[in-house]
Design a protein around this ligand. Structure first.
Ligand code: GLP
Length: 259
């Protein structure tokens, strides 16, 4: 089962994940990071900055989960801009080694396949950071997405476009389509780290961690993976039935295990 870590706040969550990533990069300077956008992973990237001071990050490789289709890549809310601003620049990574799904590719029908090939050629993702949508989506795999899905074009739900409208001037500006890693692609990463904060994510987290495995809640795909860490604040944990067990487990965990 997923290891569930309940933390007091997002800064603590960011620190835990950043410790793990910094240790990985000290062992393997060319490790492959699976990068997520949205507001949830920001504390991870902020905490990493301090931990990577003095560390050579020039060989770090990375693949983002998803990208909007029909948005200028230079738009500040394109995911390539977000990754450049929040991850590549502050951490001093080489932009040539950090990729987002090429949603502006003229051959969009096969762009996903080539993105998956590139992930495979890099040796696969070592640690995949994930957020979760209020409807249970991971990446942009909306409810109903196949657990075997690969990187491909998806249509965003009305709910996701409403949730993401806060990053744009109006909901009409939120793209309708995206190129997203599939659930099958995400499940190939060696370690999944799913973060969620706030009451608005409590139902999605309870469904993903403890609900029956169903394509209707794409986050339940994590139950099929052998190494998953779910890090949540108290509000996002509030609908978990086994919360006491998760607390006992983490409190009594040997320090060498990390997350
Ligand atoms: C978007 C992204 C997801 C992200 C989700 C939650 O739809 N494609 O990768 O997990 O939103 O966003 P937030 O972290 O801002 O709540």
């Amino acid at each position: 089962m997923a290891e569930v870590v309940i933390v007091p706040d997002r800064v603590t969550a960011g620190g835990l994940v950043a410790d793990e990533i910094a240790a990985l990069l000290r062992r393997r300077p060319d490790a492959v990071l699976g990068l997520a956008t949205g507001s949830t992973p920001l504390p991870v990237y902020q905490a990493l900055r301090a931990r990577l001071e003095g560390v050579d990050t020039s060989q770090v490789r990375g693949f983002a989960l998803d990208e909007y289709i029909g948005i200028d890549p230079a738009h500040p809310e394109s995911y390539s801009s977000v990754i450049a601003r929040e991850v590549v620049e502050p951490l001093g990574l080489d932009p040539a080694l950090i990729r987002t799904p090429p949603a502006d590719d003229p051959d969009i029908a096969t762009a996903g396949e080539r993105y998956d090939d590139a992930i495979r050629a890099a040796g696969g993702v070592d640690i995949q950071i994930l957020g979760i949508g209020t409807d249970g989506h991971i990446g942009f795999n909306e409810p109903g997405s196949s657990f075997a899905s690969r990187t491909r074009v998806k249509t965003l739900t009305r709910q996701t476009r409403e949730d993401n409208a806060r990053f744009f001037d109006s909901i009409d500006e939120v793209p309708r389509h995206c190129l997203t890693q599939g659930l099958g692609t995400i499940l190939e990463a060696r370690h999944l780290v799913l973060l969620a904060f706030g009451e608005g994510k409590a139902a999605a987290i309870a469904g993903a961690v403890e609900g029956p495995v169903t394509a209707m809640v794409p986050g339940t795909a994590i139950q099929l993976h052998p190494h998953v860490t779910v890090i949540v604040d108290e509000a996002a944990a509030s609908k978990l039935r086994l919360d006491q067990y998760y607390r006992d487990t983490f409190d009594n965990k040997p320090a060498w295990q990390g997350i």
